[in-house]
Design a binder for this molecule. Sequence first.
Ligand SMILES: [Zn+2]
Length: 274
Amino acid sequence: MITELKIIRVPIQTPTILPHTTTNCYLVGNEEECMLVDAGYDVPETKQLLEKAIAENKLAVPKYIVLTHSHPDHAPGVRQLMHWSPIVYCHQKEKQATLDAISPWTKLAFLNDGDSLTIGNEEITILHAPGHTSGQLNLYIPSLKVLLAGDNIVAEGTSWIGPPDGDMGDYLKTLTRLKQRDLKKIGPGHGVWVENPYEHIEFVMNRRLHRENQIKSLLEKHKQLTAENLTRMIYLELPHPSVFEFAKRTTEAHLVKLIKEGTVILEDTLYSLI
Ligand SMILES: [Zn+2]
């Protein structure tokens, strides 16, 4: 008898960005076959927590590890899981960054938009969903109507999007595309399950459009501003000073989008409206 797929969220302590303190790894499978989505940080707890969850939920040892992206809170945990002899997948665009993050592991396989991986007789759909990074992979599990969204979606607040790897234009297109799926819930890169997927995606899109409008009206008022000036004016309340750099990079991602659209120009370090 084939049992239906389970998706188990395993949060792992990582040096990520506040307000989050953990990164989610997801086990997808049953007692016959299993895969892991994201591998967390390179500490022994990663292996302990994942193997505990595998045993408790009666899952097979994962045969695949899919890395949604190469960031240090998502990929290096592969080093703790080499004894599974998994096939490790990422998107070709993040090949080098992923190799750097998981070395000495050197065997990588690649997934692209529209590919699928079969687990427990079910086809899991792979989506290339650039935005947070250029090679971001998201996964859709049709029978459960679940989207594993990597860092395109986080449970609390919004993801940071920073150039050169992050692209705000791509991000908004990706969110529009993700919203078209039949969704029951979203497994975010950080934080608890998102049970109101459409509302949450709307919230993120509205936040981004709101920030874009704020940037335009601040530039209208002050004529010329640096990305740092703009960030200080926009982000009046940050959960912690360490978040400022990520807020600034998100402001820069908005500015890059506005430059590409022909609304803003950059001279030296000063941005202004055209
Ligand atoms: Zn992350």
